[in-house]
Design a protein around this ligand. Structure first.
Ligand code: FPP
Length: 245
C-alpha cells in the first residue's frame, strides 16, 4: 500500500490519512448468534484490536473509534456497566500492543459522566503512550458531536468574555482549534458497520468532506478483509471538496 493521502485519488492502493469508524451492530450480531448483547461488545473488542493494528501497519495517521456515545448512557444500567468494564480492560490489556505498534492514545468526549476508574485508566494509557510517534488512536467515549460543538462554543464565549478573542476573529479555524482533539486530521474516510445510513451525532464538524463507506457486516465480524475493501473503495473515489475536478 502507498503513503497515506488526504487528496483526490483514484488509486486503489491509497491509504486514507485519517479514518473514523462507527462500530455498529454488536447487539444484532449477538442476538443473531443466540448470545446476550454484551457478548457482541466483547467480540467487538477483538475487532477493535485487529483494526487498530492493521491501520497502524498500513500507515494510517489517525483512527477515531466511536466506542460510547453520550446517548449510550441511556442504555440499560447493566449494559452500560459492562461496556465500561470492557473499556477499562481494553485500556490495560492493550497497552503492550499500543506500545509495540507505536500508537498514541487520545480521548474525545466529556469526562464528567465517566467514573473514576475509567478516567484513571484512560489517563494512564494516554500518558504511557504519549511519546509514541506512530498512529493516533482517538477513542470517542461519552462523545456527542453536538455536545462537542456546544463545548467549543462555550470555550469561544469564555475567550471573548476574557478579552482574548474578538467576536469578528471567530472563524472556522478558531472553532476547529477548540474541538476535543484539534491535532487529529479531519477523517478522509468514515466507515460504518451494520448497514445503517446515518452519522449518529459522530464528528459532525470533522466529517464535512469525509468519504462514507457502509458495510452490512456487523462490527464483531469486521476484519482486515473489510478494512482493505473500504480502503480500496476510498482509492476509487474522486474527492472534489466542492470544486470542479
Ligand atoms: C454499537 O453496537 C456499539 C457500541 C454502542 C459500543 C461499541 C463498543 C465496542 C466495539 C467494544 C468496546 C470498545 C473498545 C474501544 C474496547 P450496538 O450495541 O448499538 O448494536 P445494535 O445496533 O446491533 O444493537
Amino acid at each position: 500500500m502507498k503513503q497515506p493521502v488526504a487528496a483526490t485519488s483514484k488509486d486503489p492502493t491509497v491509504v486514507p490519512r485519517s479514518v473514523a469508524v462507527i462500530m455498529d451492530g454488536n447487539g444484532r450480531w449477538a442476538q443473531q448468534a443466540g448470545f446476550e448483547r454484551i457478548r457482541g461488545h466483547e467480540r467487538g473488542t477483538d475487532a477493535v484490536r485487529t483494526t487498530v493494528t492493521e491501520c497502524a501497519r498500513l500507515g494510517v495517521q489517525a483512527l477515531t473509534l466511536y466506542a460510547f456515545s453520550e446517548e449510550n448512557w441511556a442504555r440499560p444500567k447493566r449494559e452500560v456497566a459492562l461496556l465500561m468494564k470492557l473499556l477499562q480492560r481494553f485500556l490495560v490489556q492493550e497497552r503492550p500492543t499500543l506500545m509495540d505498534n507505536r500508537v498514541r492514545l487520545l480521548h474525545s468526549g466529556r469526562r464528567q459522566r465517566l467514573d473514576g476508574k475509567t478516567l484513571a485508566l484512560l489517563d494512564e494509557t494516554i500518558a504511557t503512550t504519549a511519546k509514541n510517534d506512530g498512529m493516533l488512536l482517538n477513542l470517542a467515549i461519552s462523545y456527542g458531536g453536538r455536545q462537542e460543538l456546544v463545548d467549543a462554543v462555550q470555550a469561544l464565549a469564555r475567550d471573548v468574555q476574557a478579552g482574548r478573542l474578538r467576536p469578528d476573529a471567530i472563524d472556522a479555524a478558531a472553532i476547529a482549534a477548540r474541538l476535543y482533539q484539534p491535532t487529529v486530521p479531519d477523517p478522509d474516510l468514515l466507515i460504518r458497520t451494520a448497514g445503517e445510513l446515518r452519522v449518529s451525532n459522530f464528528l459532525l464538524w470533522q466529517i464535512s468532506y469525509a468519504e462514507i463507506w457502509v458495510t452490512e457486516v456487523c462490527w464483531p465480524e469486521f476484519g482486515k478483509q473489510q478494512l482493505h475493501a473500504a480502503f480500496a473503495d476510498f482509492g476509487r473515489r474522486t474527492r472534489k471538496f466542492g470544486k470542479v475536478p
